[in-house]
Design a protein around this ligand. Structure first.
Ligand code: PLP
Length: 379
């Protein structure tokens, strides 16, 4: 019998009566099973993971930490905070660690916006911003006008103009998701300064692929800024669940009280500390992604006329625009799945992207060949 949670005494709050969930990129084994394909023939380009797998240094450190699982971890993940401070500067007290950036996003929405209060974000954006805002009864103020219709990049003038004194949090993603495009530091400063009355969250999940050191240095200047980073992408640790935020200590002190106490375990701490020292792996990943990104752009330009690789990505994914008005993103996404290629359907995965776009990861060159061959093969 289906549960009717509206009848439970102390019923769930109004915002959760019709819950909306995150739609992740499909898993390779699920697609193989669904379409009767061999697992090794699946090309997974829907979750922006690291094609090399996990950082070897992190893998060894996690294996070593398994024998310490009976011991509670430091509730602040102190060894990782210390290593982060050595790596990026500031003090350990300027860092907050979480089970992925995702957990930190949920904590800061609860901490910095009250019930019914608005949170500004571009549309499209990483869906967790609006999903958590709405699940917590906050108002997701999605700005559709702050997107360039050709590149799907953030239109910074429109975004700055949308900032209001009522906003409690303003999100910026750099490189932007889903377009992968870059916002210059001077423009980030405009956002942070226009939103000096509230918290600005600068999400740098994909910054390693941008060729820019990113905005951690801005934290010293702006008391309203938190910069978020993840171990899920360049370090290949999406399954470990680890991310961090860096901000002035007043912000971090508040968030420490709002987070679940032991939110980061022994294995995550060990893996994160080791990953931060795995420079060779990080460098190799960046090189292969940047090479394959340029390669993919060239393949699209020369081999396909019904699809365009939207230029300007400085991330490990790019948008594919459907140039043929007869095609829909959901239809193309489905046909690619049947050919063993997993992408993200823009219409389902990102509010505001519509039926004109898919998002595909940059992988090894042969994966780009498979993607382009499958698109070329569509009826
Ligand atoms: C823009 C952006 N921010 C944050 C995340 C979440 O990363 P994590 O795995 O650290 O929760 C993702 C994941 O895909 C993302 O695309």
């Amino acid at each position: 019998m289906a549960a009717d949670h509206t009848q439970v005494p102390g019923a769930v709050h109004a915002a959760l009566k019709h819950p909306e969930y995150y739609v992740p990129g499909l898993a390779a084994d699920e697609v193989a099973q669904r379409y009767g394909l061999r697992l090794e023939d699946i090309t997974k380009l829907g979750s922006a993971e690291n094609p090399y797998g996990p950082s070897p240094a992190a893998q060894a450190a996690v294996a070593d930490a398994i024998g310490r699982m009976q011991i509670y971890p430091s509730w602040t993940a102190e060894p990782l905070r210390e290593r982060l401070a050595e790596t990026y500067g500031y003090e350990p007290g300027n860092y907050l660690c979480g089970a992925g950036e995702t957990e930190i996003i949920s904590v800061l929405i609860r901490a910095y916006a009250g019930q019914g209060e608005p949170i500004l974000m571009p549309a499209p954006c990483f869906p967790m911003y609006h999903l958590f805002a709405e699940a917590e009864g906050r108002v997701a103020d999605l700005r559709y006008e702050a997107t360039d219709a050709q590149t799907m990049a953030l239109d910074i003038d429109a975004y700055v103009a949308a900032i209001r004194p009522e906003h409690k949090i303003v999100f910026v993603t750099n490189p932007h998701s889903p377009s992968g495009t870059w916002t210059a530091e001077s423009d980030l400063r405009r956002v942070i300064e226009a939103a000096s009355h509230c918290l600005v969250v600068l999400d740098e999940a994909y910054v390693h692929y941008s060729g820019d050191p990113g905005g951690i240095g801005l934290v010293a200047e702006y008391p309203n800024l938190i910069v978020l980073r993840t171990f899920s992408k360049v370090y290949g640790l999406a399954g470990l669940r680890l991310g961090f935020g860096v901000a002035q200590s007043g912000i971090i002190d508040a968030l420490l009280a709002a987070k679940p106490t032991w939110n980061v375990g022994q294995l995550q701490i060990a893996g994160g500390v080791a990953a931060l020292g795995d420079h060779e792996f990080v460098q190799r990943t960046i090189e292969v992604i940047c090479d394959a990104r340029a390669y993919a752009q060239d393949l699209f330009d020369t081999k396909l006329d019904r699809f365009r690789c939207v230029e300007g990505s400085r991330s490990n994914f790019f948008l594919i625009e459907l140039l043929d008005p007869e095609l829909s993103s959901t239809g193309v996404w489905q046909s690619l799945l049947e050919r063993g290629v997993i992408t993200k359907d823009g219409a389902v995965s990102f509010r505001g992207l519509g039926q004109r776009f898919l998002r595909a990861d940059v992988g090894f060159r042969e994966r780009m060949n498979k993607l382009v061959a499958a698109l070329g093969d569509l009826p």
